[in-house]
Write a new protein. Structure first.
Length: 88
């Protein structure tokens, strides 16, 4: 981002088994390397059962788009875990 961010969005995910948080962090890691226009994100795991995605954006449009993008990836990863468990 060239200009300083003016929006900060924090997405918090809690999961009972800590393995789910570790798996989710590994799944989202490569997505953080992708360039989302006018925004950036980082992962924080403050405790074993919590993951936070912190999004910094230049404007409201970038904040909305980045938030929707990361929420979509989180949903996809969680649904993948759920289906993998039900198939086992």
């Amino acid at each position: 981002m060239t200009s300083p961010p003016s929006w900060k969005i924090t997405i918090t995910v809690r999961a009972a088994p800590p393995e789910d948080i570790r798996w989710l962090a590994r799944a989202l890691g490569p997505e953080l390397a992708r360039e989302v226009p006018r925004a950036s994100a980082s992962l924080v795991t403050p405790e074993a059962q919590t993951l936070r995605v912190e999004v910094l954006a230049r404007d409201t449009g970038a904040a909305r788009a980045a938030t929707n993008t990361y929420l979509g990836w989180i949903h996809l990863a969680q649904e993948t875990m759920r289906r993998a468990r039900s198939a086992a």
